[in-house]
Design a protein around this ligand. Structure first.
Ligand SMILES: C[S@@+](CC[C@H](N)C(=O)[O-])C[C@H]1O[C@@H](n2cnc3c(N)ncnc32)[C@H](O)[C@@H]1O
Length: 250
């Protein structure tokens, strides 16, 4: 059975956008075996960043995109890897011009650009999202994340969530999967940002089984930030978060 490679919260950060020569551009015709081998090689080169030894399966791709359609508006995908969720988003009717991919791995990013030529791919750390303006004044309807949040320090998770919700429409949602038994965003990060998490569902057919969480503003924060997502409370600089004690399973 395939084992996830999720490290403990607060784990060491690795350099981003490092080139992995073993990855080749992937076309739609590439077999899933080739994709899996490329993914495994990427993991061997940078296990903390890639954090899984194989791409997610179709069932998880369907689950994490299940509430998204062509009517959602702009969508950002974080950590797309080989594009399993990207293909599902496009199949659900998200327009190529309404989709932006944010991937830290240079070779994943290069292969995504070739595989999805109409979709913008930004090779950057998702924690720097607050500096990006991917859709101009248009608020984002959803963020889909394949990021290994359990391998990241709370401060980095905070930066990813606050940067995402700074761009998000008041009713927009952040979708995150996890192999663990609860939401992988620490409760103090959710509290500080005025967010709440609900489990969308779980799939046993993924290897390993995974759950998907929808993270939204609480009603009070949605009302407060309702005017203009770009000027929401999420965009402010906040003091560093103290690491929270954790059982490592979030
Ligand atoms: C567990 S893999 C998930 C890949 C794909 N979404 C899937 O489910 O098969 C994590 C992905 O997140 C990317 N990643 C890790 N840290 C990142 C960061 N700080 N910013 C952007 N991408 C990152 C990795 O390069 C990798 O593509």
């Amino acid at each position: 059975m395939l084992k996830p490679a999720m490290g403990p919260p607060g784990g060491r950060q690795t350099p981003l956008c490092r080139r992995d020569r073993s990855l080749r551009p992937l076309s739609a015709e590439h077999s899933s075996l080739k994709e899996t081998i490329g993914f495994l090689r990427a993991w061997l080169r940078d296990p903390l960043r890639v954090a899984a030894i194989a791409p997610s399966g179709q069932a998880l791709a369907r689950l994490i995109t299940s509430e998204i359609s062509g009517r959602t508006g702009p969508v950002i995908e974080l950590g797309p890897g080989t594009g399993v969720f990207t293909r599902a988003l496009l199949a659900r009717g998200v327009k190529t011009e309404d989709l932006v991919l944010v991937e830290a791995g240079a070779d994943f990013a290069e292969a995504l650009r070739l595989q999805f030529p109409g979709v913008r791919t930004l090779c950057m750390d998702a924690a720097r999202l607050r500096t990006a303006v991917p859709f101009g004044a248009r608020p984002v309807g959803a963020v889909v994340s394949g990021l290994p949040l359990l391998s990241m320090a709370p401060r980095q998770v905070f930066a990813i969530l606050s940067g995402s919700f700074r761009l998000m429409a008041p009713e927009g949602a952040f979708y995150q999967f996890t192999y663990g038994p609860r939401c992988p965003v620490p409760p103090n990060v959710l509290d500080r940002l005025g967010l709440e998490a609900h489990r969308v569902g779980r799939t046993l057919t993924n290897l390993p089984p995974a759950a998907v969480y929808r993270i939204r503003r609480t009603d009070a924060h949605a009302r407060r930030d309702g005017g203009d997502a770009r000027h929401s409370s999420m965009g402010r600089d906040d003091p560093p978060l103290a690491p929270q004690s954790s059982d490592g399973a979030r």
